[in-house]
Design a protein around this ligand. Structure first.
Ligand code: GAP
Length: 514
């Protein structure tokens, strides 16, 4: 695939062609940054959610689940700080009339400087060959050091201006750096303004009595307001966690990049309640554990990196992103946040109810500190899907498109293919489907030559094709073909279940975390 942009276009078109993701309300020309999951997409999404849920809830005896409502009492969002502080700094270009996030314009400017650093590094690596020491080069090469200092100075000035709500300085920075509208090239900017990202709606029938509500912008607050309910009814002892998955809504301004940034999306969040003073070690522990979860899927350690935040959200004392190498570069996939006691304390204050824990060992009550892990399910879907889509050169000079999804997440685990549509082969294939479907999602496919059916299943991400042929009539054996290696084995029908289970079992995959 020629370049990143082409690869990303291919990801989007493949997602549609193979029934993974459709544009929402497509017959009405779609709705911007809103998507529907299609017949295969919903299975992949469910499998990712399940893989997360099992790792979080089933495998931890001190983490329990919850499923709270999307609508919450409006004071929740006052207490959480979202009414006052959940906003993006926006700037309009007066000529193109396009709106941008001011911080993203500045970050993109820095990314361009980073590209220059990478070019210097690559040039030097070629020049010095095996003797090249990347770390030393980066810390001593005058040009690279100057670039890095420039990036640091820009980002720390931006962080400080945003922290101080000094939006005039954010605009001044854009002007000083001579940042132009990426589309029109114009540098004619408006002032920077804050724009709240929450969607409002109304509860109640009549206009006079209706109550203003928000669609939740994160699932976490449903966990915080239920802290005492869960702790008491579940007799939970600190440290313990509460996990939930569910929809969240944000009126994103820069909503591009397919399902990477959506207006309606799903989160998988876990709030881990700890004794005050121990949050730093739990924060490190969860950073490590979450990375292990990602690595267990076998998508390559080189495709992940941590990015520690310089600008912290209003609730955090430390925060880091796990970034993944998407087709458009390294971007945030998951956040790990040390949220202090900000949320529970704020809800205590606004509700007048105590949200504390009585620690029997310490013989005192306190408001626990919280370490949060928060991952976007749709973003995880995009990570898995885009990484898995490859175009392979075959020995005979042809290419095949194959979706090498981790088998544990694949929507369909096996396709059962009768070699021909006669001689009793379809009946045997149907019997295999009937038998295997109790354990796995399997499909039956009899249309076209078997080679084409293999290609179709490769492109749809099915890890196994099972072919029933004339020998099956004599010896009850079938051919099982592995998607990634294209290797074929002759096996007994009665062994199929165990062979498939070995490769798709959640346990096999999650054990890699240990
Ligand atoms: N409770 C903390 C929280 O919501 P966040 O960094 O704003 O933190 C967490 O969001 C994760 O949710 C992100 O790492 C990302 O994976 C996902 N996410 C956030 N906004 C999103 C959007 N507009 N579309 C898709 N996923 C999004």
């Amino acid at each position: 695939m020629a370049n990143q942009e082409d690869k990303f276009k291919k990801v989007i078109s493949h997602a549609k062609e193979y029934g993974y993701v459709f544009q929402s309300s497509e017959i009405y020309d779609g709705l911007s940054a809103v998507y529907d999951y299609a017949q295969n997409g919903v299975e992949l999404k469910n499998n990712i959610r399940d893989y997360w849920w099992k790792a979080m809830v089933q495998m931890h005896d001190n983490i329990v689940g919850l499923d709270t409502a999307i609508f919450m009492h409006p004071t929740t969002w006052k207490a959480s700080g979202h009414v006052d502080a959940f906003s993006d700094p926006l700037i309009d270009n007066k000529d193109s009339k396009k709106r941008y996030r001011a911080d993203v314009l500045i970050e993109d400017y820095c990314a361009k400087i980073e590209t220059k650093i990478n070019k210097e590094v690559n040039k030097a690596a070629k020049r010095f060959g095996d003797a090249f020491n990347k770390d030393e080069f980066i810390s001593t090469n005058p040009r690279v050091v100057a670039y890095q200092e420039k990036i640091n100075a820009i980002l720390s000035r931006m962080a400080k201006s945003l922290e101080d709500e000094d939006l005039a300085d954010v605009k001044a920075l854009i002007e000083e750096l001579e940042i132009a509208d990426p589309l029109s090239g114009s540098k004619n900017w408006t002032d920077v303004k804050q724009f709240n990202l929450m969607f409002g709606t109304k509860l109640g029938a009549s206009a006079e009595t209706a109550m203003d509500l928000y669609l939740r912008p994160e699932t976490a607050q449903g966990i915080f307001v239920n802290f005492s309910n869960v702790q008491k009814t579940g007799r939970m002892k600190i440290p313990f966690g509460i996990a939930q998955t569910g929809k969240a809504f944000r009126n994103e301004i820069v909503a591009r990049q397919f399902i990477f940034r959506m207006r309606e999306f799903e989160q998988m969040e876990m709030q881990f309640f700890v004794k005050p003073g121990t949050q730093a070690e739990w924060y490190e522990k969860w950073k490590e554990d979450r990375l292990k979860w990602h690595l267990s899927l076998g998508m390559g350690a080189e495709n992940y990196r941590f990015h520690d935040h310089e600008k912290l959200a209003h609730y955090a004392d430390a925060a880091s992103d796990i970034e993944f190498k998407f087709p458009f570069g390294f971007k945030e996939l998951e956040g790990i946040h040390s949220r202090t006691d900000f949320d529970l304390k704020a809800h205590e204050e606004f509700s007048g109810k105590k949200l504390q824990y009585f620690d029997h060992e310490e013989n005192k009550s306190y408001v626990p500190y919280v370490v949060e892990t928060s991952i976007g399910l749709d973003r995880m879907f995009l990570a898995v899907f885009s990484h898995s889509l490859v175009e392979e050169e075959l020995e005979n000079g042809t290419t095949r498109t194959v979706l090498k999804l981790p088998a544990v997440l694949a929507p369909t685990k096996a396709a059962i293919l009768p070699l021909v549509k006669k001689d009793g082969l379809p009946e045997i294939a149907h019997n295999i489907v009937e038998d295997l479907k109790w354990d796995f999602n399997v499909a039956y496919d009899e249309k076209d030559a078997v080679g084409r059916r293999y290609r179709r299943q490769d492109a749809a991400g099915t890890p196994f094709c099972i072919t029933v042929d004339h020998d099956t009539l004599d010896d009850n054996t079938v051919t099982i073909r592995h998607r990634d290696t294209m290797e074929q084995q002759r096996v007994k029908i009665e062994d199929l279940r165990d062979i498939i289970k070995q490769e798709v079992d959640v346990k096999t995959w999650l054990m890699r975390m240990l």
